[in-house]
Design a protein. Structure first.
Length: 155
């Protein structure tokens, strides 16, 4: 059961934005400090990636664990109210994410997905540095078409 009234829930949800989130800004800042230049939220590209690095034929998506229903993640919690709506929404989001990644890979673009859990929590500055270093290595030295950065699964 929801602890907020419908009007309170509406107000809370209306304040959530889809771009320029804190995790995106943190990754962008770290890459910019390292000398990388990119386009932000390029609407001309499928799925409006958070960062486009045309020089490297690479796109970076920073996924929120809740909105993209990150499996095996401590941040993602399934809502207790309006469950049918959320099930359908999460299925659509995951299907859309897979289709967008497939589209980029079919066009020989490289795709990096950074999950929110990889940079949140204790020692978040260190985590952001580590993630940005992995992205830099992937961009400059790797030929891998896909990179996914997430918090390690705890047994």
């Amino acid at each position: 059961m929801d602890t907020l009234t419908p009007q309170q829930r509406h107000t809370v949800m209306s304040r959530i934005h889809g771009k320029n989130t804190v995790p995106e800004k943190q990754i962008r800042s770290a890459l910019h400090r390292a000398g990388f230049r990119y386009r932000i939220c390029d609407k001309r590209r499928p799925g409006t990636p958070d960062m486009v690095l045309p020089r490297y034929y690479a796109v970076i998506f920073v996924h929120g664990c809740f909105w993209h229903a990150h499996d095996h993640c401590g941040i993602f919690r399934f809502p207790k109210s309006n469950q049918l709506f959320w099930i359908k929404k999460f299925i659509r989001n995951k299907k859309r994410d897979r289709a967008i990644i497939s589209q980029y890979r079919a066009q020989c673009w490289r795709v990096c997905v950074v999950w929110e859990c990889a940079i949140r929590g204790k020692k978040s500055k260190q985590k952001i540095d580590n993630v940005s270093k992995e992205i830099i290595l992937w961009l400059e030295e790797s030929n891998e078409p896909y990179l996914e950065l997430r918090r390690p699964i705890q047994p």
